[in-house]
Design a protein around this ligand. Structure first.
Ligand SMILES: Nc1ncnc2c1ncn2[C@@H]1O[C@H](COP(=O)(O)OP(=O)(O)OP(=O)(O)O)[C@@H](O)[C@H]1O
Ligand SMILES: [Mg+2]
Length: 178
């Protein structure tokens, strides 16, 4: 196990202040390559070491996978435990999908749901448009994806959208209106 005191000792004064002030919110603004990630990682190690929080009580969100991996590796060297030392350390996307899988049943999904990337989404829409005998020129994947996005933002579920009115065409589902 590496020595945490040395880790803190090697920081500059501003970094030290940011690491050691664990009460209340902190905003750290510093230039590229000036030691922000090092501050965050050391702060994480310090909080765990001081038992101010259990690793699974810490939510740590990074922008890139690279940063998440770096922080996870770094924490591992100082904190006993599995390779996944801080379970809720990751990118916004990886943490969100983990959270959704864990609680999928609350939304009526199974935890092994698939996430479609943009290309998969387009392919699926093209297949549906074909299957419904719709004019592929009028119902482009981009147009439909735009509307789905709007509905999702409004919190509408598939059953809430019965008649679909696009700019260029109106679509009545084959199954009829309920
Ligand atoms: N006080 C320090 N003394 C010596 N080296 C340091 C110190 N702080 C950070 N470093 C080193 O400087 C390099 C850059 O640090 P770090 O990755 O934490 O910066 P950053 O601000 O997060 O960078 P980026 O803007 O690229 O995200 C790393 O190799 C780190 O170990
Ligand atoms: Mg960084």
């Amino acid at each position: 196990m590496n020595n945490i005191e040395n880790l803190i000792k090697n920081l500059n004064e501003e970094q030290k202040e940011a690491v050691l002030s664990t009460e209340g919110p902190n905003l750290i603004v510093a230039g590229a390559g000036s030691g922000k990630t090092r501050v965050l990682t050391t702060r994480l190690i310090h909080i765990i070491n001081e038992k101010k929080a259990w690793p699974n009580q810490i939510l740590c969100v990074t922008f890139t996978n690279k940063a998440a991996k770096e922080m996870q590796n770094r924490v591992m060297q100082y904190v006993k435990g599995s390779s996944n030392a801080v379970p809720w350390l990751g990118t916004f996307h990886s943490i969100s999908v983990k959270f959704l899988r864990r609680h999928a049943e609350a939304l009526g999904y199974k935890s092994n749901f698939t996430i479609l990337d943009t290309e998969d989404q387009k392919k699926l829409i093209r297949n549906i448009v074909k299957g419904e005998d719709l004019d592929a020129k009028k119902f482009s994947p981009q147009l439909i994806m735009y509307h789905i996005d709007q509905w999702k933002n409004k919190g509408l579920m598939p059953n809430d959208v019965k008649i679909v009115i696009f700019h260029h065409a109106t679509y009545f589902p084959k199954s009829g209106l309920k």
